[in-house]
Write a protein that binds this ligand. Structure first.
Ligand code: AKG
Length: 344
């Protein structure tokens, strides 16, 4: 905050640094009382009468009257968020995600998809031929395929931001060999941005999945998937997506930590779809902050996690891992407008 200057009366004018005028305006809009504002200004060395006059001028300015109308609406929306957060915290086990086996699609759509609630579909993929995948088999079948790999992630505090994803093109065999020599690392990872599942030579992986269960729509498969392959220890920082996702874990385990879109503080410093900390860096560990209601789940091979659109999630691989994320649900699933990190 800049220096407040209130030299008092020279032909009735009061001088105040623009930062302090903005501070007064912001605090009036936040509902801070006149007394508190005036006290803070006088603590900054501004004369009492000048402080009262500054407050009077700010509160009677037409700009503030217009801004107050917009703020009133924002405050009402905040109350709705608070209501949702307080009610959600009253659940029996607010930090867990329900696990359902053999889920009926209409129950899934009514109680989870349309309700924007996460759920684990336990054993969802256990009948898939993909459950037999191993890294060795992948190397044998697809070793020559050139894939996009993110590398040197350790060199960059914001390694996952779209502009920084450090992509290189390598044969898949090299990725698998590196996992053998470095089984725990966050330095290299095949992630969704690489669009590897769209590579025609990799399409045969979809011969090993079964999608005619009423949850996903096999006709919409093309362009609706992301292949994630990497060692143990990969960390996908806290972010949200702009579509609903069914995240299917095939090899190894992953730990997911999720928070609802109603946890609006996470959007405070968001950039693109990532929730950044106050220094503008990825929130990697201990990421969420004490006030945020967080849910945690470990996905075993064969499990699927429904990640509702807008939910913040942070993902850590506990083992070398292969997963496929699907967003080919039957209903329209494009919420590209949902970008709280882009609100100016
Ligand atoms: O598995 C990961 O590392 C991240 C997955 C993810 O964030 C997603 O599918 O949206």
């Amino acid at each position: 905050m800049g220096e407040a200057v209130a030299p008092g009366a020279t032909d009735g004018a009061i001088d105040i640094a623009p930062e302090w005028r903005a501070w007064v305006t912001e605090n009036v809009l936040r509902g801070v009382s006149k007394n508190e504002i005036v006290e803070r200004l006088t603590n900054e060395g501004i004369d009492l009468e000048a402080a009262r006059e500054i407050h009077r001028r700010v509160t009677s300015s037409p700009e503030l009257i217009g801004a107050a109308r917009v703020t009133k609406r924002a405050r009402r929306l905040e109350l709705i968020l608070r209501l949702h957060r307080e009610v959600a915290a009253q659940a029996d086990e607010p930090n867990t995600i329900p696990r359902l086996a053999d889920v009926d699609p209409s129950l899934f759509y009514d109680h989870y998809y349309a309700a924007n609630r996460p759920v684990v579909l336990e054993g969802y993929a256990t009948q898939w031929p993909a459950m037999r995948w191993t890294f060795a088999e992948f190397a044998q079948r697809f070793g020559d395929v050139e894939v996009q790999l993110t590398v040197r992630r350790g060199e960059d505090a914001n390694y996952n931001l779209p502009a920084n994803t450090h992509g290189v093109t390598v044969p898949l065999r090299e990725v698998i060999e590196r996992i053998e020599t470095e089984p725990r690392s966050n330095d290299f990872y095949m992630i969704a941005h690489g669009r590897n599942s769209d590579i025609p030579e990799l399409h045969r992986i979809f011969d090993d999945v079964i999608l005619d269960d009423g949850i996903l729509d096999p006709k919409k498969l093309r362009g609706s998937t992301a292949l994630w392959l990497g060692p143990a220890g990969t960390l996908t920082p806290l972010h949200h997506d702009t579509s609903n996702i069914l995240f299917v874990q095939l090899v190894g385990r992953k730990r997911f930590r999720l928070a609802s879109p109603f946890e609006v503080d996470l959007a405070e410093n968001a950039h693109a779809m990532y929730a950044l900390d106050e220094e503008g860096n990825h929130r990697i560990r201990g990421a969420f902050g004490d006030s945020v209601l967080e849910k945690e789940v470990i996905l075993e091979p064969g499990d699927a996690l429904f990640i509702p659109v807008g939910w913040w999630h942070h993902v850590e691989a506990l083992d070398p891992s292969i997963s496929i994320a699907f967003n080919n649900f039957p209903p329209a699933n494009d919420f590209d407008w949902y970008r709280p990190g882009s609100v100016t």
